[in-house]
Design a binder for this molecule. Structure first.
Ligand code: COA
Ligand code: MG
Length: 323
């Protein structure tokens, strides 16, 4: 049977698929503005010294933590300290994210209400395992008229979460879900699976790449897990370098000393910026107008490379602007 479609039929099919999606109440997200998320520092809300340090730090984003970093007996005080912190400190240039306890825990409900009232850039949900874990919270935010600017981030840190990462990430394509970003929780994955988390992350790599692939398909940003040994700078830099090449948007951090190396590792190097400029300039030449592929310094460059180059230049401009 002849399976080919005419361009008109294909266009009509695309329009009706879009209409179906819209009529199902799901607005389609076209593209999200780029925000640098190279360095994403956890700050325990129970630690006043660490909270006091935040204003002086050059991290792209801060995760104020009510979950793993806070002992059970300190949970209530940490929540109150966070309320006081947000009341006293207006937002600076870093994104502010609050990680709450799981909603099935005794603290989760109160945490969500407190986080919502703080009006952070995002609320980070721990141990997300299916799409309802996200849509349930999005509905609560909607019903309580929380600003659309309060977004959701999801920790992928359980075996079930990794298996379902695809359906969870698809929420990134629906504006009503508020989902913008995955954060990988490597320590929890190691704990549950018994898989050893060692230098080079040999055994973890397939899972990290699987979660990353799902995130990209859902147009989500993805932040890599933490490096526990904060005194081992060369090990940290090497892991950041790999993480950047793998396609992560940034690294989650536990200590201020990790901020600058992460910012550096996730900023495109000057050679890459120069190369991107030369690709854009080459396609701007009148002789290359209308060409799909050209030769540049002995290699083939296609229009897809032009798009990548333009994206890289836009990103570096945003990063330079935010410094
Ligand atoms: N955020 C902000 N400030 C931090 C910080 C963080 N995550 N970690 C350390 N600091 C501050 C310390 O308060 C100290 O401040 P000071 O100069 O005013 O005294 C300074 O940085 C140096 O800290 P240092 O003495 O080297 O470390 P520490 O022993 O105080 O803390 C940890 C070590 C690991 C306990 C701490 O870094 C930490 O709690 N990290 C976050 C843990 C976390 O959030 N885990 C959950 C996610 S995996
Ligand atoms: Mg965890």
């Amino acid at each position: 049977m002849n399976q080919s479609f005419s361009p008109v039929a294909l266009y009509a099919w695309q329009i009706s698929a879009l209409a179906l999606l819209l009529s199902s109440g799901q607005k389609v997200v076209m593209s999200k503005p780029f925000r640098p998320r190279r360095s994403v520092l956890y700050v325990p809300a129970s630690n006043p010294k660490a909270l006091a340090k935040v204003a002086s730090l050059n991290a792209d984003a801060i995760i104020f933590d009510l979950e793993d970093a806070v002992a059970p007996e300190a949970k209530e005080d940490a929540r109150e300290a966070l309320r006081a912190y947000f009341a006293a400190n207006p937002a600076g240039k870093a994104e502010r994210i609050i990680r709450i306890n799981h909603l099935t825990s005794e603290w989760g409900g109160e945490d969500l209400l407190a986080a919502r009232a703080c009006k952070p850039n995002a609320i980070l949900l721990p141990k997300v395992e299916n799409l309802q874990d996200v849509t349930g919270v999005a509905e609560v935010l909607e019903e309580t008229d929380a600003s659309e600017n309060v977004r959701l981030w999801a920790m992928i840190e359980t075996a079930r979460g990794i298996i379902n990462a695809d359906e969870i990430a698809e929420l990134g394509l629906r504006s009503t879900s508020r989902l913008d970003c995955f954060v990988v929780g490597t320590n929890d994955i190691a704990k549950e699976t018994g898989t050893v988390l060692e230098k080079g992350r040999h055994f973890f790599t397939p899972w990290l790449m699987q979660i990353l692939l799902c995130a990209k398909a859902g147009h989500l940003d993805i932040i890599d897990g933490v490096y526990n040994d904060f005194n081992d700078m060369s090990g940290f830099e090497s892991e950041c370098g790999e993480s950047f090449k793998m396609g992560f948007d940034g690294k989650s951090l536990i200590h201020p000393s990790q901020i600058e190396p992460a910012n550096k590792a996730f900023t495109p190097v000057s050679e890459a910026v120069t190369d991107a400029r030369s690709i854009v300039q080459a396609f701007d030449l009148a002789e290359n107008a209308g060409k799909g592929a050209i030769s540049l310094n002995g290699r083939m460059v296609e229009r897809m490379h032009l798009e990548t180059a333009q994206k890289l230049l836009a990103r570096i401009e945003t990063i330079n602007h935010s410094n």
